[in-house]
Design a binder for this molecule. Structure first.
Ligand SMILES: Nc1ncnc2c1ncn2[C@@H]1O[C@H](COP(=O)(O)OP(=O)(O)OP(=O)(O)O)[C@@H](O)[C@H]1O
Ligand SMILES: [Mg+2]
Length: 261
C-alpha cells in the first residue's frame, strides 16, 4: 500500500486473542493525512476488535504481539501502560454505546462541546444542521431514531476536530441516500482539516465512493489492501473477488451513483 512519509496511525504486526481463539493475526496498517481507509470484511472478521485495540482497550481481546504508533507516540500493545487517545474521535458501532441513556441529548452535546470542541457555538450548530438534525431541545437518546442517534454521534466527532476520526459502521441505520450525504459532510470536514478517516463498513458502495484505500479482513487477518480503484477493479484474492462480484453491492452502488447524479 503506498503511504505518505509520516503516518498519523501505524499498526505494526498486531495479533490478539479472546481466550484461546486468535481474533487478530499479524495486522499491519498505516493511515496518513488525506487518507480515508475503509476496512471491510464479514461479520466476526475482527474489525471492531481492531478498533478497540487502536483505542487501547484490551478487553475482551488481549494482544499477543504488536505496536501501535499514533501521532508519533509508540505504544507496545503488551505494555501495561494505557496509551493516550485524546486525539482520536471514535463513533461506535452501536449508537446505544455512544450516549448516556439517562441524560438529555443537549446536555451531552454541551458537555462534549465545552470540553473538546475548538468551534464557536454557531459553528457547532452548523454541523448539526449539515447532518440534517433538528435542535436537541429536551430530548433523551431514546426519543431519537437509531439513524438520528448515529448522525448525532458523527456530529459530536466532527466538532471535536480530532487528529484521527474512526467510524465503526457509521451509517448502518441510514438509507443509502442519507448515508452518502452524511459521509459527504464528513469528507468536507476531513479534507479541509486534514483529518484522516478510518471507517469500518459492510457497504462496498460507500467504500468505493469515499475511501482512498480499502483493507479487506477475513477471520482476523488482513487478506488484501490497496488503493480503492485498484482493489475494486482488480481484486487479487478470492475473498475480495467474491465481495466485489456480489450483486447486492452492485445494486447499492448503482443506487448511490444515480442519487449523486
Ligand atoms: N465479548 C466477546 N466475547 C467473546 N468473543 C468475542 C467478543 N467480542 C467479539 N468476540 C469474537 O471476536 C471475533 C471478532 O469480533 P468483532 O466484533 O471484532 O467482529 P467484527 O468484524 O466487528 O464483526 P461485525 O461486522 O459483526 O461487527 C469474533 O469471532 C467474535 O465472536
Ligand atoms: Mg463490528
Amino acid at each position: 500500500m503506498p503511504s505518505n512519509p509520516t503516518p498519523v496511525l501505524a499498526i505494526n504486526a498486531l495479533s490478539a486473542q479472546i481466550g484461546r481463539q486468535g481474533v487478530l493475526r499479524d495486522i499491519s496498517l498505516e493511515i496518513s493525512a488525506g487518507d480515508w481507509l475503509a476496512v471491510v470484511g464479514g461479520s466476526g472478521a475482527g474489525k471492531s476488535t481492531l478498533l478497540r485495540l487502536i483505542m487501547g482497550l484490551r478487553r475482551p481481546a488481549r494482544p499477543t504481539s504488536g505496536e501501535i504508533v499514533f501521532d508519533g507516540d509508540r505504544w507496545d500493545c503488551l505494555s501495561p501502560k494505557a496509551p493516550d487517545r485524546r486525539g482520536i474521535a471514535l463513533v461506535p458501532q452501536s449508537p446505544a454505546h455512544g450516549f448516556d441513556p439517562l441524560r438529555r441529548l443537549r446536555w451531552q452535546w454541551q458537555q462534549l462541546a465545552r470540553r473538546k470542541s475548538p468551534l464557536s457555538a454557531a459553528d457547532q450548530n452548523a454541523v448539526l444542521h449539515a447532518l440534517g438534525l433538528p435542535a436537541l431541545a429536551e430530548s433523551f437518546p431514546h426519543h431519537w431514531s437509531r439513524g438520528m442517534q448515529q448522525r448525532l454521534l458523527l456530529a459530536m466527532a466532527l466538532i471535536e476536530r480530532p487528529r484521527l476520526l474512526i467510524l465503526d459502521e457509521p451509517t448502518s441505520a441510514l438509507d443509502p441516500l442519507i448515508a452518502a450525504q452524511v459521509l459527504e459532510e464528513v469528507r468536507k470536514t476531513a479534507q479541509s482539516q486534514g483529518i484522516p478517516v478510518l471507517m469500518v463498513t459492510h457497504d462496498l458502495a460507500l467504500a468505493a465512493q469515499f475511501a482512498t484505500k480499502i483493507a479487506v479482513m477475513a477471520q482476523g487477518a488482513l487478506v488484501e489492501s490497496g488503493p480503492t480503484e485498484r482493489l475494486l477493479s482488480d481484486p487479487q484474492c478470492a475473498y475480495t473477488q467474491d465481495l466485489v462480484a456480489h450483486r447486492h453491492w452492485q445494486t447499492t452502488f448503482h443506487e448511490v451513483r444515480r442519487a449523486a447524479e
